[in-house]
Design a protein around this ligand. Sequence first.
Ligand SMILES: N[C@@H](CCC(=O)N[C@@H](CS)C(=O)NCC(=O)O)C(=O)O
Length: 201
Amino acid sequence: MPRLYHSPGSRSTRVLWLLEEIGAPYDVTVITRDERRGPEHRELHPLGRVPVIELDDGAHMIESVAICLHLADLHPDAGLIAALGTPQRAQAYQWSVFALAEIEGALLALRQANEAGADVAPGLERVGEAVAVIADALGDDDWLIDNRFSVADVLAASILGLAHSRGLLAAQPVAAAYVERGHARPAYERALAVGAAPAAG
Ligand SMILES: N[C@@H](CCC(=O)N[C@@H](CS)C(=O)NCC(=O)O)C(=O)O
């Protein structure tokens, strides 16, 4: 069974969410920030990051978006990705890569501008424009592709969730509601519980 290397609160949570949506058995190794940077983990991820997944054949794979698309492919019965070559499959690629490149990329640039004490207005505008593209694509629908929940929603809602948690969706109610809809799914709740510290008392 696959083994996910996970740090709670990190980008590996989106892979866990997908694994929970799929519902097939998997193992998790929870690793700390220090362990991520150590030589043992760097054997698995050359930059010392999570997620890393060990697949059934023993191979290791990095990059959350690529991992999620691959896992969706491995479990066609879960119905989280359309058949190869279909327009819906093309949309799955489009929205997954858009979320990573345009939204997560813009959020990273914004954080860097903030840390450098630079003008954040261009970064905020870039994030806002990219988020509005997702909101337009949703329209009145709940989910991005034919209004059916898919791997693209796990990825887009996870990445938009980063903007939401930073208060950047205040003027984007459609996108905010989309994130909240995703986060209300039982599979997301279960993913959050993996590796979380037990409640005190
Ligand atoms: N593009 C990568 C980014 C992975 C990444 O940056 N992960 C962060 C956690 S969210 C990390 O492990 N950073 C290394 C560290 O903080 O030591 C992906 O989506 O998988």
